[in-house]
Design a protein around this ligand. Sequence first.
Ligand SMILES: *Cc1c(COP(=O)(O)O)cnc(C)c1O
Length: 231
Amino acid sequence: MTTIANSLQAVRQRIAQAATAAGRPAADIQLLAVSKTFLAAAVRQAYTAGQRAFGESYVQEAVEKVEALNDLPLKWHFIGPIQSNKTRPIAESFAWVHSLDRARIADRLSAGRPSNLPDLQVCLQVNVSGEPSKSGVAPEDLAALARHVLALPRLKLRGLMTIPEPTDDPVDQRRAFARLRQLLEQINAEGFQLDTLSMGMSDDLEAAIAEGATIVRVGSAIFGAREYNKE
Ligand SMILES: *Cc1c(COP(=O)(O)O)cnc(C)c1O
């Protein structure tokens, strides 16, 4: 087995154990393999090991990879910050967007989504830690943004996503993820039917699964340490 196949198996095992600990079926948690900064060949290895859903953060790099791998039946998820001049390639190349946090970007994704493709599945990114520098809609503005997105054609509002402030303390990790789950419950109580909580990465996926994650976004635990940062 390749290193990537081994690592994928180890991550799947972590997910299964965390699901069992939380009394949840492991099948309710989808693994998104975050391949940003890694070559198409690495994605191919993960595909051979059974992985189908991949996450990317940088538009230019992602579009090239999607093109290079268009012989494979992959599902691409965009998880990075979205600039308004990059909405069209995102709307054309991806099945999901996790990082929507502004009405204007939602309008542009909706307008740019080709009508021959299925609706673009979207999660709203929420800033649960309240750091002013972070992307994500503030919790108090979430319901208004959700109503806006719900009214747009060619977008299907699925749920919420967060990237909490990194911390090694499992109690703090769980607190941030619990906050996102509570926001989902609140908004569903207002009549929405969101089914997706995109939360948890290589270092905190157990805490996220304990709080109800349905998609975990895992990069370095599968592909290794990222050697360069394009941000
Ligand atoms: C890079 C990235 C990940 C993966 O992070 P790892 O710590 O490598 O697992 C997950 N989510 C987002 C939004 C990212 O940008």
